[in-house]
Design a protein around this ligand. Structure first.
Ligand code: AP5
Length: 212
């Protein structure tokens, strides 16, 4: 498999870009955050466990996350191209991926962006309950709670972990874990960086160049 991991703070745009790059159906996109939110919505055992951590902005235990990602990757053919968005979050998770030659990471792309922009993006984010598209309150031509621009779904909501206090906790955990991840991938020689404080289309173009 060719596995690209997207590293970056909450709100740096990993999910937005990964979704776009996977639109052609040629790349598999796994967002561990989306997988956990789906599990919460389904009321499954892992969902019940995840909710406790997510609502506080804390990371789930490594063993739970490693099992979740392995279950997603195992059925894929060796020729698959994969983007992991939100995994790994810790060096232990990164090492677990590299343990098997099949899931060894080809490149890690770090989304770089100033912190003050992240807080604004996250606290203003509203998500469509039906299709998962996200919008910012400043740019929505309609009131929160009205229909989604993409799928006309009727309910836009604020993620429980996008409140100002939880965003602060998520950013602080990110800073603690990220240095180790950057050193890990830098040592292996597969770390790339991207300026994520640009327009969505420009970032996408840079990513396509970096990943080709
Ligand atoms: P997760 O869902 O992965 O959250 P996150 O990493 O905090 O990432 P976000 O989804 O908040 O941000 P993003 O970088 O994807 O940005 P987005 O594109 O949405 O994880 C949630 C929780 O699950 C964790 O806190 C943890 O509890 C748990 N978890 C998940 N994975 C785990 C793991 N491996 N181990 C342990 N626990 C785990 O963009 C954000 C906003 O900005 C959007 O409104 C978007 O429209 C806007 N935007 C995007 N790009 C731009 C741009 N270029 N210009 C202007 N606005 C933009």
């Amino acid at each position: 498999m060719r596995i690209t991991v997207f590293l970056g703070a909450p709100g740096s745009g990993k999910g937005t870009q990964a979704k776009r790059l996977a639109e052609d159906g040629l790349v598999h996109h796994f967002s561990t955050g989306d997988m956990l939110r789906a599990a919460i919505a389904a009321g499954s055992e892992i969902g019940l466990k995840a909710k406790v951590y997510i609502d506080k902005g804390e990371l789930l235990p490594d063993d739970v996350m490693i099992e979740l990602i392995n279950k997603a990757l195992n059925p894929l053919p060796d020729s698959s191209k994969v983007i992991l968005d939100g995994f790994p979050r810790t060096v232990a998770q990164a090492e677990a991926l590299d343990k098997s030659p099949r899931s060894r990471v080809s490149e890690a792309i770090m989304f770089e962006i100033p912190e003050e922009i992240l807080v604004k993006r996250l606290t203003g984010r509203r998500v469509c309950k039906k299709c998962g598209s996200s919008f910012h309150v400043e740019f929505m031509p309609f009131e929160p709670g009205k229909s989604c621009q993409d799928c006309k779904g009727e309910f836009l909501y604020q993620r429980t972990d996008d409140s100002a206090d939880v965003v602060g906790r998520r950013l602080s955990i990110f800073k603690t874990q990220n240095e180790g991840l950057l050193s890990y991938y830098s040592r292996l020689g597969n770390l790339k960086k991207i300026d994520a404080n640009k327009q969505v289309d420009l970032i996408q173009k840079s990513l396509v160049d970096l990943m080709s």
